[in-house]
Design a protein. Structure first.
Length: 393
């Protein structure tokens, strides 16, 4: 993908700069920020704007308030936490558009910050309402896109505003485009893809997009169950996503035609209902009441063996029920072995970044994307509206 016009060339000194950030961060029961990694990722762009004398106005969403004001999703605690990270006060506007935000925006001085309330409190955000986008744009003179995690959405703040102002990519978005492009444009081979998690119906387009592009596709987690089921492998009492037989059969045919190796689990870690015991069983020999929760030791070794031949690796989704310590070892062991393999390794999509950090394997990757759906659509080669609207470099 072509590089986008970057923030280094943006005329920001003394100007009001609207910055779309992704501060959709988890909070604890008391409203404190439980994980500020997304905020930390935005600091290089914010520090650049402060040093350049910009008057920065921050736009973000939080949660799913469905177009209504909901105090549970207020960005006020986020603004307070950002004040700590930046080491200076961040003003907060309780409204998104209207007289009060405009007043606060025009009062800003060089190097100061203002955060608007949750964009999704207004129904015009997700609807990409032109009137709402025009109101937002009127608050600033320059727009910077630094919320990579939202660029696959055609919302007012990601598409409507940049159509109305001189627009630039922030440092985070520039890096995401640069690093993820390595997976799309002639990746070093062998190129191996590891995909886990669940919801085959949602991820089948992603898996299919790698056929002919990746040399090997390693499938784990609940994602593997419909593929194993299509091969008539008995899975005991394991719940298998239904209605996918034809789609999975077609996928296998396409994989064979494309020359992409599909590696499925050969054994699984099985939990017996009513007990805390978990034992490994070969696929096809799972006890009638057993429920698969992780890949087994034979599969871990096989996955590691395939990855050892790689030069490029993309990973998305855990290979087992990683939030339960009993079933996290499959993901942890395979990704830990990846650290020993030379090459370029990327983690992206959904909760992959959190899982990598929680399991202590973040060091196995040269790049961990901040994007969920945006990263997955990017590596599929799809056009992302929030990037398409930005001028090329």
């Amino acid at each position: 993908m072509a590089e986008k016009r970057g923030i280094a060339s943006a005329p920001v000194h003394g100007r009001r700069v609207l910055v779309r950030v992704d501060f959709n961060v988890p909070q604890d029961a008391d409203g404190r920020i439980a994980d500020d990694r997304r905020m930390q990722e935005a600091l290089p762009t914010l520090n650049h704007l402060r040093a350049a004398g910009a008057r920065t106005i921050l736009l973000s969403h939080l949660g799913r308030p469905e177009g209504h004001r909901d105090p549970r999703f207020s960005l006020r605690p986020v603004a307070h936490h950002l004040s700590v990270l930046l080491g200076q006060p961040v003003s907060f506007a309780e409204d998104i558009v209207g007289a009060r935000p405009l007043e606060l925006a025009t009062r800003l001085e060089n190097g100061q910050f203002l955060m608007l309330e949750n964009l999704r409190f207004h129904p015009g955000e997700e609807a990409n309402d032109p009137a709402f986008a025009a109101q937002l744009a009127s608050l600033g003179q320059v727009f910077v896109e630094d919320a990579f995690g939202t660029v696959h959405r055609a919302h007012a703040s990601t598409v409507g505003v940049p159509k109305r102002l001189p627009s630039f990519a922030g440092l985070l978005v520039e890096r995401e485009v640069r690093e993820l492009s390595k997976l799309v444009e002639a990746p070093a081979r062998p190129y191996m893809v590891v995909v886990g998690g669940a919801k085959v119906a949602d991820k089948l387009p992603l898996l299919t997009s790698f056929l002919g592009r990746a040399d090997s596709l390693l499938v784990g987690g609940a994602l593997a169950f419909p593929f194993l089921h299509a091969q008539n492998a008995g899975l005991g009492a394991t719940k298998v996503e239904g209605g996918l037989k034809e789609a999975v059969d077609l996928f296998f045919q396409q994989a064979k035609s494309a020359g992409t190796e599909v590696v499925l689990p050969s054994d699984l870690l099985i939990e017996r209902p009513g007990t805390s015991e978990a034992t490994a069983h070969a696929v096809g020999h799972i006890p009638p009441g057993g429920v698969a929760k992780d890949i087994g030791p034979e599969t871990r070794a096989r996955f590691a063996e395939v990855l050892a031949r790689s030069r490029t690796v993309f990973w998305n989704g855990p290979l087992g029920l990683a939030e339960d310590p009993r079933f996290a070892n499959g993901t942890r062991e395979v990704l830990a072995r990846l650290a020993e393999v030379p090459g370029y390794h990327v983690a992206a999509g959904g909760d992959s970044a959190r899982v990598a950090h929680d399991l202590g394997v973040a060091g196995s990757f040269q790049f961990i994307s901040t994007g969920g759906g945006a990263a997955l659509e990017f590596v599929q080669g799809l056009e992302l509206p929030g990037l398409a609207v930005l001028p090329d470099a």
